[in-house]
Design a protein around this ligand. Structure first.
Ligand code: ADP
Length: 287
């Protein structure tokens, strides 16, 4: 596999590349990550089982979709490949370092410009992808409340029901979410889709987004997720809202949108996320 990776990089750069150093990179929770280097260049490689190749292809498509907007940095995509036993994703290596307040502000403005960049009339994406390890379906849909209620909340509830975890009648819960989002009028934005602190980094005071789960939807879903596990620094929101001021009703929608990620965590990790999901659904049904 490593020889194949050397060849892919050599073809991509049009210069011979052979690995002189290989280090594990910490921080991922799904794949093994490596920094590989020769005397001049480093590359970032994620490795997983062979059957993970669909996930890597989806990640590559998402990274390239973000890059096409030319609004915010992402690591350059080099190649997805497979060997007999493994699949891998090769990206440009970014040397991350601690951000300053001004770079958080700029990250906020750049995310806002990403969200404003699209003129997509529908909600969804050309490809299905994954949120964490969970499949994420992106069938095109003209109605946002239907899209989110069915393909985000309904689907997660069905996966939980397959594990015998139920919070009530699925159609009823989907109906509640649908009704709550019905008044929302919006243009579809290209979303990062999994925007927690572990999926962005800074290098030379420039933000880089990685590990995306892109689709076209409500930009507030990205903002909501930044607040789910403890908010980003205030400068980030100052930057964002300077470009796109906060809309009324956001704090309620934030709770609706974050239910998706709480349900996904309940699906992936169980434990206290199940109780959190139950309480979250209860409070939404009382709105
Ligand atoms: P996983 O899919 O396993 O969760 P991530 O894509 O989140 O893995 O990457 C794992 C870690 O590797 C991140 O937390 C980040 O610190 C680092 N990382 C991600 N992309 C790059 C990159 N292009 N260059 C350097 N480091 C990276």
């Amino acid at each position: 596999m490593w020889h194949q990776i050397e060849q892919s990089i050599s073809e991509y750069t049009q210069k011979p590349f052979s690995i002189k150093q290989k280090h594990l990179v910490a921080g991922g929770d799904i794949s093994q990550a490596f920094q590989i280097s020769n005397a001049r260049q480093s590359y970032f490689v994620k490795v997983n089982d062979l059957n993970f190749v669909d996930n890597f292809n989806a990640e590559a498509i998402a990274l390239q979709s973000l890059a096409l907007t030319q609004t915010i940095n992402t690591p350059n995509f080099i190649e997805v490949g497979t060997s007999k036993a493994y699949s891998y994703l090769i990206l440009e290596f970014i040397n991350f370092s601690a951000p300053s307040d001004i770079s958080w502000y700029q990250a906020g403005t750049q995310l806002a410009y990403l969200h404003k960049a699209s003129s997509q009339p529908m909600f969804g994406f050309d490809d299905n992808n994954f949120i964490g390890k969970t499949p994420q379906f992106n069938r095109w849909q003209s109605n946002w409340s239907t899209f989110f209620a069915e393909q985000r909340i309904g689907f997660q509830l069905e996966l939980l029901a397959e594990q015998d975890i139920r919070f009530g009648d699925i159609d009823e819960i989907v109906g509640i979410i649908h009704n709550l989002l019905k008044p929302r009028k919006l243009n579809a934005s290209l979303l990062h889709g999994d925007l927690w602190r572990g999926n962005l980094g800074f290098s030379h005071d420039q933000v880089y987004l990685y590990d995306p789960a892109c689709y076209y939807g409500d930009y507030e879903t990205d903002l909501a997720m930044t607040e789910l596990f403890g908010a980003f620094p205030a400068a980030f929101y100052q930057g964002y809202y300077k470009v796109t001021p906060q809309e009324s009703g956001y704090s309620t929608r934030r709770e609706i949108y974050n239910l998706y990620h709480i349900l996904n965590h309940a699906n992936l990790f169980g434990g206290s996320y199940i109780e959190q999901a139950k309480q979250h659904i209860l409070s939404l049904s009382e709105l």
